[in-house]
Design a protein around this ligand. Structure first.
Ligand code: CDT
Length: 301
């Protein structure tokens, strides 16, 4: 057995006016609870430090840049890193990253138990649009504010296992999991901010959105014999609702823990990484069973 006790740290809403300094104490409170419940790893959502700002249309680049972190850790997040190191708990969380040469990414990081960043992933599948769209009930301007990630889907050895990361919309794409599955991933951690309604299809509400969340995450876990930890930022941000439904899914695709609220809520589960072995050696033994001679179209269009 190789048991990693994982804490999925769902976060309730963050309003536009709330600063990082207001958010970090909430993240630390979740970390305190994770410590009390024996966690080895805590996973926070996408863009965990701020509101989901891509819903706001902005033209002034200085205003946009104010949502981005120029270094990590930085002054605002240092107390979180310090507490995690004190507790010897590894972390993953998402934030908007502005690189020293001026690139903008939707990013997440993975640390080891000393708080050292051991992995960085930049979101590949950016949903939404880049210009103001008056036809939508609300805006989703990720394509305006972020560039597509340049990392691909690497995996990292950490905590005695093989870890991968994805961010929100990435979880809907089978390729996301398969590329990591081909590298032997044993646990995928991901965060999301998913509006509770479809801005272009008003009849698609929270039940359907929660269903698609479960469907995507459970399928990715099962088809690649990996744990998946999917963590929401949830609740109503400045009048705009986001689904909760954070999940821990085992390598059989079964849900072992699911959030009940749309607030700050911690799910804790002992995940045996050796539970991935059976699937990887049998039905999803990729080396024996995949027929890549028929998969060319996937990468040619
Ligand atoms: N943050 C993020 O990627 N959200 C998307 C919303 C899709 S609708 C434009 C998601 O896939 O949940």
């Amino acid at each position: 057995m190789r048991v990693i006790t994982v804490a999925a740290a769902q976060m309730g809403p963050i309003q536009r006016a709330e600063s990082r300094q207001a958010v970090i104490p909430r993240m630390i409170a979740l970390l305190d609870e994770a410590k009390a419940r024996g966690a080895d790893l805590i996973v926070y959502p996408e863009l965990a430090l701020t509101t989901f700002f891509p819903r706001w249309y902005m033209e002034d680049q200085a205003e946009v840049d104010a949502w981005f972190e120029r270094e990590m850790p930085n002054a605002a997040t240092m107390p979180l890193f310090a507490r995690a190191a004190e507790y010897q708990i590894a972390m993953s969380f998402g934030y908007a990253e502005r690189t020293p040469d001026g690139h903008h990414f939707n990013t997440c990081i993975l640390t080891d138990k000393s708080g050292k960043i051991v992995g960085k992933y930049r979101k590949t599948h950016l949903p939404g649009h880049s210009e103001f769209d008056p036809e939508r009930a609300f805006q989703h301007l990720e394509k305006r504010y972020f560039e597509p990630g340049d990392t691909g889907f690497p995996v990292w050895r950490n905590l005695g296992g093989i870890f991968g990361m994805a961010i929100c919309n990435d979880r809907r794409w089978p390729e996301t999991y398969r590329v990591m599955g081909l590298q032997g991933v044993e646990m995928v951690v991901l965060g999301y901010n998913t509006p509770s309604v479809n801005s272009q299809k008003s009849e698609e509400g929270p039940e359907k959105r929660l269903f698609h969340n479960r469907l995507s995450v459970q399928a990715g876990a099962y088809q690649n014999a990996t744990w998946v930890v999917a963590v929401a930022k949830a609740g109503v941000e400045d009048g705009f609702p986001l689904i909760g439904g954070s999940l821990i899914v085992d390598p059989n695709g079964e849900i072992v823990a699911e959030a009940k609220t749309e607030d700050d809520e911690l799910l804790v589960h002992p995940c045996d990484l050796d539970a991935t072995v059976f699937g990887k050696k049998t039905i999803f033994d990729f080396a024996r069973h995949r027929r890549i001679e028929h998969y060319g179209l996937i990468t040619s269009r």
